[in-house]
Design a protein around this ligand. Structure first.
Ligand code: ADP
Ligand code: MG
Length: 240
């Protein structure tokens, strides 16, 4: 579903992604971990071309992301993204946040989009908030709305960039539970997170990044009990 081949990215003189090779299959859950500044967000954002790569190949759902002939809007329709700061439209009710893209981009009728919105709000457990504004919701609820908004586009891939990092601790679990359900249902997911319990429980593979490089790709049971590289050992000592 996602293939990085020898991908390089520079920000000016700064070599932020160095020879990235990574394959993510349909239905896989890949958790990306590593120190702050190691390039995790940049790698994630290349997948839907919020960032462009400098060289190499990046293929998503059989499209070369950086080819001129690739319809980037088409590709983005199939990729949902959830950010650390929920990025809901504050002046729009929850339900309107969710129906906006399906109506504008997928051309759905209002009625159809609202039915789908209610379905996904129910799925994330907050259908009763459909007619509230984002500011009337807790952080955990807002993040669940953001996930429902992504799902309403029926994406093939969901990207999560530290989705629980801005939440109060008591709200982390409710968001992770929604993500666990998605994973169990077979969604292809790439998740940047510091929640090592989630990685251990849900990941098919853990990708450890440091200084712009992928240092290790391992199944979670191996990564957490016997990391291959010293920098991963040091990282785990700090975060566990
Ligand atoms: P992470 O998500 O692992 O914390 P990022 O991908 O956000 O790391 O950033 C990796 C490095 O690239 C950091 O050193 C950051 O300062 C730098 N960086 C990120 N975005 C830009 C940008 N737009 N221009 C220049 N440098 C950037
Ligand atoms: Mg980041």
């Amino acid at each position: 579903m996602i293939l990085f081949q020898q991908v390089e990215k520079h920000y000016g003189d700064f070599h932020v992604l160095q020879t990235i090779d990574l394959e993510i299959k349909q239905g896989e859950v890949v958790v990306v971990v590593g120190p702050s500044g190691s390039g995790k967000s940049t790698m994630l954002r290349c997948i839907n071309r919020l960032e462009t790569i400098t060289s190499g190949n990046l293929i998503v759902d059989e499209c070369k992301v950086n080819d001129r002939s690739t319809d980037i809007n088409q590709l983005r329709r199939d990729i949902g993204m959830v950010f650390q700061h929920f990025n809901l439209y504050p002046h729009m009710k929850v339900i309107d946040n969710i129906t906006l893209a399906p109506m504008k981009v997928r051309g759905m009728s209002k009625k159809e989009a609202e039915e789908i919105a209610m379905h996904y709000l129910e799925k994330v457990g907050i259908q009763e908030k459909a007619h509230s504004f984002p500011s009337q919701l807790s952080g955990g609820q807002q993040q669940r709305v953001a996930i429902a908004r992504g799902l309403a586009m029926k994406p093939k891939i969901m990207l999560f960039d530290e989705p629980t990092s801005a939440l109060d601790p008591e709200m982390v679990g409710e968001v992770l539970d929604v993500m666990k359900t998605l994973a169990r249902e077979g969604m292809t997911m790439v998740v940047v997170t510091h929640e090592m319990g989630f990685a251990r429980e849900v990941a098919d593979k853990v990708v450890f990044m440091d200084k712009g490089q992928i240092m290790e790709v391992s199944p979670p049971e191996e990564f957490f009990s016997n990391p291959k590289v010293e920098r991963a050992q040091l990282f785990l000592q700090r975060v566990l």
